[in-house]
Design a protein around this ligand. Sequence first.
Ligand code: AMP
Ligand code: MG
Length: 344
Amino acid sequence: MTTQVISTIAQAEAGTSLAADYIRKGELVAFPTETVYGLGANGLHEAAVQKIFEVKGRPDDNPLILHLSKKSEVRDLWDTVPRQAQPLMDNFWPGPLTLVFRRSARVPDAVTAGLPTVALRMPQNKTARALIAKAGVPIAAPSANLSGRPSPTKAEHVREDFDGLIPLILDGGLCRVGVESTVLSLVGKPTILRPGGITREMLEAVIGPVALAESVLAPLPDGQAALSPGMKHKHYAPAGRVRVVTGAPEKAAARILALARQAEVEGLSCHIAATTQTKARYRGWPHTLVGDRDRPETLCANLFALLRETEADLILAEGIPPADAGLAYMNRLLRAAGFDVEEV
Ligand code: AMP
Ligand code: MG
């Protein structure tokens, strides 16, 4: 199969129309969202959804998010409606917030991996919404990467993983948020299963206290069932290893430089993920400016591209406080590092 890439900046109408045709025919299409690129299939078509798992090599116990173009589309998909649903949808949809509800009988088992719940989101990206509206069905989509690899924030990343495996990639340029959506369960007390573009602080301002699943910043103990199955699988792995150093910027940078010198002695290539605050310290070492520690959303926006595009044996990165967008950043970074983290 040849994989066609269509720029939605140059050809929005033609691109989304062709993509919608593929979706209706049960084929897979990669498309941009404000979080990361998604690999979409007709979310009401069991066999089409099954293809997502095959192409990604995704474990079949890891459920998918259904993407909607209008809020009213939730009606056929959820069963019981918790009272927090409306204010959250009013404030954060369209946007990077996925809500988990009890599911209706209409949702195929392949989407929910057999769970009694379903994850729903209305993306903000105009191309994504136009595609869903034209397809006329909810689109089931995980991130458009091979299972275990960093999520794609550019169409080029998607092509690296799926060239020849899917018929079409819609290229909408860089994804604005750069990490996946926040997944909030509304089954029982509101609980963040995965932090993302909408922060805990933003949610609490609307619905009051929100709990955090234990797996957000820690590895799951062996044998424990995951609330969000995605949290237990290996994630975001770059070519080499990642090591994280947390602590005050100056101290963390000093320790990172010591680790870089040690890597050099061992004959390992290393690359440093620098921040605005520490960049000058890393002069003379291979480094990339990821973002500003005081604006963690800038770090989120660039993390996956760094993990994907860096070929060094070792990536050294500063940890930041897990507040606001820093929570989503640390959730992804710690997983990429396999929880290899040191505090100074
Ligand atoms: P991805 O967008 O590739 O990161 O995959 C979707 C994420 O949503 C995974 O982490 C899933 O575990 C999570 N998810 C999807 N459906 C559910 C659900 N019904 N309950 C809990 N988590 C879900
Ligand atoms: Mg993913």
